[in-house]
Design a protein around this ligand. Sequence first.
Ligand code: SF4
Length: 270
Amino acid sequence: MQIAGLQKSSLLDYPSKIAAVVFTFGCNFRCSYCHNPNLIGPKKFRDTQQSCVNEIFERLIEKVSRCRLRSAGDTCDTGLITAISSDVLFDETAVFDFLKTRTGKLDAVVVSGGEPTLQKDLVSFFEKLKAMGFLTKLDTNGTNTDTVKVLVEQGLVDYIAMDIKSPLEKYSQITCRKIDTQKIHQSIKYIMSCGVDYEFRTTVVRSQLDEEDFESIGKLLKGAKKYYLQKFVNTHTLNPDFINETTYTDEEFMKIKEILNKYIDTVFVR
Ligand code: SF4
């Protein structure tokens, strides 16, 4: 596993549970609003590393001592367990050494990214987490239904959170990548029917999504269990121009929620 960061504990990432969060390296999308540009690819990290490393995870990660870096062959005792680039990814063993000290204290481990399903050994990583007795959650952009299926069918995942970037027809525009939206549609349908607890969520940038788009998203997710509208926060974006973007007001979000409630019973704004 290419592990680029670890959050020691979180009350926000797994519903009603205390969880650690493992951040995998690499993503097949390039969302302009991405808050984790140092997770998505080495070049971008090189461009931004001075400012990213200390800022992106600052709010997330407490001091954890003695984390081993794969190629540095050294220990780090910094306040941030985060190292981005193919040269300084986390040693998986070190991550498990840390998690061993948290069995019985943490309920769950969230595997986030980047896009975790790009990792070739993701399934075996989840197997190890389950063997340690943790609940597990996968955060995914939905481009790899097959891997999600394997995790579900082998009983390795307890909660799935899938990003919905936009209506399907706008995916390539929002993600700045050519996307096979059939895969996205397939993942939505599978996640809704697989029996594992789940949520869908959308980061909302005012200039990217309008009322008509939310109508389309509602239709796309019709009958879904839970959907979160996430307010875009203009700090540290992959596309520097997005630092000037905004989201909707609370009042406007209530109207958007009404549109979505025609199709989805439980819609939250966060
Ligand atoms: S899918 Fe997530 S990690 Fe990947 S570019 Fe978009 S916001 Fe960033």
